[in-house]
Design a protein around this ligand. Structure first.
Ligand SMILES: C[S@@+](CC[C@H](N)C(=O)[O-])C[C@H]1O[C@@H](n2cnc3c(N)ncnc32)[C@H](O)[C@@H]1O
Length: 287
């Protein structure tokens, strides 16, 4: 059975958005609540109780960090397009300046659902109009050539911010390497990548053990090795990119004055990276 079937990845997109809606002040995502539904809320109640009650705030701060980073870059005229890989139901397009071009990429079923929901909410004036392009892709398949052409035709020569959050945990290292090489092929010098991932030490925490138990009980059998972790070194040594910011739940809690309620053992501490492209990739090495 594939990992995607195991943990019903599409449900994780609802869960992430619902966490953001639970503390709008912290996440600054005022549209996440549109995705709320009773099935997800029941699921979340049990999750907060059995895995980690800190999860609402870890998710809110992740959104806040990337949202503020994107806003700053826009204000400093450093980016013109945001490309969100594994975009799920995140709502960045509606939280930032309307002149930005958005490319949202996720599995076809997620993308089609998001596209139709957004259209409906825009019709009902619950969401403002934005320049969004939706592309359905599975990162475990052979997507590069077609996706490259589609992205280039949308973004042209625009400077980009690529976001990949809440996704790498579920991918293999090969899929991850392929994605980062793909990012390099579509980005120009001075473009940015924002990435979120967990480090190996998370697997020693009670919170991670709880997560495994929860998935095993609720969804289906998974083991520690089904979840990818990534060390700082991976980002520090990315060819053609420089790591320019690094945060985690603890540093962001300080920055945004979030009270931490649980001990480290009971927190799924996520790490956040901001990379800037320093070199132009030679044309021969593209896709
Ligand atoms: C936890 S959600 C995070 C969504 C969004 N990035 C956010 O932070 O709100 C994980 C997302 O990754 C997507 N994803 C996971 N594996 C994928 C794959 N192989 N190809 C494309 N998308 C994938 C899922 O469909 C889901 O929307």
């Amino acid at each position: 059975m594939s990992k995607e079937e195991n943990i019903k990845i599409h449900e994780t997109a609802f869960v992430t958005s619902t966490f953001r809606a639970f503390d709008e002040n912290l996440s600054q995502d005022f549209f996440a609540k549109l995705w709320q539904n009773s099935t997800t809320e029941n699921w979340i109640k049990e999750y907060l109780d059995q895995v980690s009650s800190e999860e609402t705030f870890t998710h809110c701060l992740r959104n806040r960090y990337f949202l503020d980073t994107i806003k700053d870059l826009i204000q400093n005229q450093q980016i013109e397009a945001v490309i969100n890989f594994g975009s799920g139901f995140s709502m960045y397009p509606f939280l930032i300046d309307e002149k930005i071009v958005h490319i949202e990429i996720d599995k076809p079923e997620i993308i089609n659902f998001k596209k139709s929901q957004i259209k409906e909410w825009q019709k009902k004036n619950k969401l403002p109009d934005r320049n969004i392009h939706f592309i359905g892709v599975d990162f475990s398949k052979d997507y590069k050539k077609e996706l490259f052409t589609k992205i280039q035709s949308i973004k042209g020569n625009k400077s980009t911010f690529i976001l990949i959050e809440g996704v790498l945990f579920f991918l293999s290292r090969k899929e991850t390497n392929d994605l980062f090489n793909f990012f390099d092929s579509i980005q120009k010098k001075d473009d940015y990548i924002g990435s979120a991932s967990f480090q190996e030490t998370i697997k020693d925490t009670k919170a991670f053990q709880n997560l495994l138990d929860f998935f095993n009980k609720k969804v289906s059998k998974t083991t520690v090795s089904d979840y990818q972790t990534i060390e700082n070194q991976y980002y520090q040594s990315k060819e053609n990119y420089k790591l320019i910011d690094y945060q985690d739940y603890f540093s962001l809690s300080k920055k945004y004055e979030n009270n931490i309620n649980q001990s480290k053992e009971l927190i799924l501490n996520e790490n956040f990276y901001l990379l800037k492209k320093t070199k132009k990739k030679p044309a021969a090495n593209t896709v």
